[in-house]
Design a protein around this ligand. Structure first.
Ligand SMILES: [Zn+2]
Length: 708
């Protein structure tokens, strides 16, 4: 769009406004030559006497381009005439109904319509909707542009693909097949057989021949002409009586005709300057046994072997570039294979399996960006691998080289699998910083080949600012406990105590390397810490060694589970209420006897069994147990609640008194503590004195009087 030149062209102007009340906008057109090219101008004016000189909008079309100029804002946009699928127009304030739009937006003359129709060369169904010509034309331009863009992108990709193919050396196919047969299929041949008494028909996959042979001399005349062989046995190796090749015996009855084995191979080659192409080849060996219908049914006819290789993918690595993987695809219409720069989608997705890296790769690698990648060392330690994954990871995290060279194989393997969570600092050069462990730990980790569990414990040690012994580290790794679990437990006991207890509860020692013992240690560790955290969550004080070391861990764990479960709790409350109903029914009379309050505190008997259970739970002491409930229920001792007058519903102190001889047997606050001890003891003593002297009610009256 030659915007500057177009802006210099004066507005066409509206010749006259329309007298029809419905008309709101009037379109005026003209064809002008700008820079040797025909341009269609469409200017839309408001149907208003004062708006005849300047249009609302000027739309300019050429064959391949369009633009929209807004005089008021002096601005160009590339919006199409229609604003959306509902037929709104860019110059109109609001979206009208179908019929209204036709009445509100008109052209100045029929010549205008003809001009538009001639220029746009598209079909619309109603000429009254003349703006649709414009919109369609604009649409076509946009679509063509998009298609061109896509096409250009596609062409660029195709060119790049062709360039890669041109710079890829020929695959030494013969060498690969030969190697595969010798190293991976061990020159495997089959001797198919079918026994008849002391003779057998034998088919050899190597030479393809079929013959009769015997291992005991026969009495028949023909038998003296038959070849000799050893007696064939399934799965054993023997020698072909025809060509002398060694082969594995396979009973004819167990063969379905064809059997095959395949392996994956990777061959890396230098690519361009110092890049590399890793080529993924699948080699398949087939053993085929041919049958024929003989006189006595199916007979072996011939046998053969087939070795074939297919290159399936190529991964190109170049410094500073994204890894590009090309795949071999099959076109069912042409029946031909072709290379493409992307994988297939969904189920058809071509996967690159782990395989063997051919030795030649490492020689080629010496002159590429991967000379220090330690791929060879890594392959040696893991055996089969996907070197494409490894090299991609190496580009991302070059420290993987050090990990491999130090012998931290497990760490390297995790990185290749993309478990980046094990790295503490991606930019660190030193292994201890990289892994987030104490410097002294590196050697120990190397001894264990970078064992991940060990690493995690070492990271835990560093994170928690601890300094554990080698043995503690190894034992803790065996428990498989998480940092959170260890941190929680070691708030209440030393790490050694935790480890010892796990060992004791599990009943087996650390470091036995026996599967079932390790399993037991892991389970016990989980159960124990689980037990501890439930106890903690239920509000028990874990500093209490009785809670720390339950006699029966399993039972204690179960108990905690039940307590944690609210339904169980409700059931427990209901049971207590049913079992100790007297607590509720005697409340009134007991209240009259023991109730007392002053400005600060209030004391009263328990209202019900449930209340006592809840009191024990909330204050984390043992008043909720059967002993106290039953004593209160039978009227031997009573449980009283002492609370702040301002918070009469919040448990504060629980008091047990003798029912017959008024005396305080014991009193406790939260977690068996005695809060505000001297003061509260004095208060209770004063209360007891009033109780003994029968003056509790008097004081209440005094208080009432004071208030009044
Ligand atoms: Zn043979």
């Amino acid at each position: 769009m030659k915007k500057k030149a177009i802006e210099k062209i004066p507005y066409l102007g509206l010749k006259k406004t329309s007298r029809k009340k419905d008309v709101k906008y009037i379109g005026v057109t003209a064809v002008k030559i700008v820079g040797h090219e025909k341009h269609l101008f469409l200017e839309v004016y408001r149907n208003h006497k004062g708006s005849k000189d300047t249009p609302e909008v000027r739309i300019v079309l050429t064959k391949k381009d369009f633009g929209t100029y807004w005089p008021e804002r002096e601005e160009w946009t590339r919006k199409k005439a229609e604003t959306g699928s509902y037929g709104g127009l860019i110059w109109a304030e609001r979206i009208n109904t179908w019929q209204q739009a036709e009445k509100e937006n008109v052209l100045q003359s029929t010549e205008d319509l003809e001009r538009i129709k001639k220029f746009c060369k598209v079909t619309v169904y109603r000429e009254e909707r003349w703006w649709e010509y414009i919109n369609r034309h604009e649409d076509d331009i946009v679509i063509t542009e998009r298609w061109n863009r896509e096409h250009r992108k596609y062409m660029r990709r195709q060119e790049a693909l062709a360039d890669r193919m041109a710079h890829t050396e020929e695959l030494p196919e013969k060498k690969i097949l030969e190697r595969a047969n010798r190293v991976y299929f061990q020159n495997e041949h089959y001797l198919y057989y079918k026994k008849h008494g002391s003779r057998a028909k034998i088919a050899c996959s190597k030479c393809g021949g079929v013959t009769d042979a015997r291992w005991r001399s026969g009495i028949s005349y023909e038998s003296q002409f038959q070849r000799w062989t050893e007696e064939p046995r399934e799965g054993r190796y023997g020698t072909c009586p025809m060509c002398g090749a060694r082969g594995k015996y396979k009973c004819q009855g167990k063969v379905k005709g064809t059997s095959s084995k395949s392996i994956s191979l990777f061959l890396g080659q230098k690519y361009k300057e110092n890049g590399m192409v890793m080529r993924y080849v699948e080699v398949e060996k087939k053993w085929i046994l041919g049958f024929i219908c003989g006189d006595k049914g199916v007979e072996m006819h011939n046998a053969c072997e087939e070795l074939s290789g297919t290159e399936i993918a190529r991964a190109y690595f170049e410094p500073g570039k994204k890894t590009q993987i090309d795949y071999l695809k099959y076109n069912p219409y042409t029946g031909k294979n072709f290379w493409d720069d992307c994988n297939l989608h969904g189920m058809e997705n071509i996967s690159i399996k782990a395989g063997t890296v051919m030795q030649e790769t490492y020689e080629e690698m010496k002159e590429t960006m991967f000379r220090y990648s330690a791929l060879q060392e890594y392959a040696k330690s893991v055996g089969e691998l996907n070197p494409i994954d490894y090299l991609e990871r190496y580009i991302q995290t070059p420290q993987i080289e050090i990990m491999v060279k130090m012998g931290l194989d497990n760490v390297a393997e995790k990185l290749v699998e993309c478990y980046y969570g094990i790295i503490a600092d991606q930019n660190a050069r030193r292994p201890d910083h990289f892994l987030g462990i104490r410097k002294e730990r590196v050697k120990q980790l190397i001894r264990k080949k970078g064992d991940i569990q060990l690493l995690e414990v070492m990271q835990m040690e560093k994170r928690q600012g601890q300094n554990w012994t080698d043995e503690q580290i190894e034992h803790l790794a065996e428990t498989n406990l998480s940092g959170v679990q260890v941190e929680m437990a070691t708030r209440y006991m030393t790490l050694q105590k935790l480890l010892n207890r796990i060992e004791k509860y599990a009943g087996c020692e650390y470091g036995t390397e026996c599967g079932s013992a390790s399993e037991r240690i892991r389970n016990t560790a989980t159960t124990y810490t689980d037990y501890l955290s439930m106890r903690l969550n239920l509000g028990y004080d874990l500093n209490n060694t009785v809670y720390q070391q339950p006699r029966d861990l399993g039972a204690a764990h179960t108990k905690m589970v039940l307590e944690t479960n609210k339904e169980e709790m409700d059931k427990h409350l209901k049971q207590a209420a049913e079992k100790y109903p007297e607590i509720r029914s005697t409340y009134r009379s007991l209240r009259n006897k023991y109730f007392y309050e002053d400005d600060s505190y209030i004391i009263r008997p328990a209202r019900s069994a449930e209340e006592i259970v809840m009191e024990g739970r909330l204050l984390h002491h043992c008043v909720g147990g059967d002993t106290y409930l039953s004593k209160h229920n039978t009227g031997k001792t009573y449980i009283l609640m002492l609370r702040h007058k301002t918070e009469p519903d919040v448990p504060y102190i629980t008091v047990e008194i003798d029912a017959r001889n008024p005396r305080i047997i014991q009193w406790y606050g939260n977690k068996d503590g005695k809060p505000d001890k001297e003061n509260m003891q004095a208060w209770l003593d004063a209360w007891l004195m009033k109780l003994k002297t029968g003056t509790l009610t008097e004081t209440i009256q005094t208080v009432e009087i004071e208030i009044a």
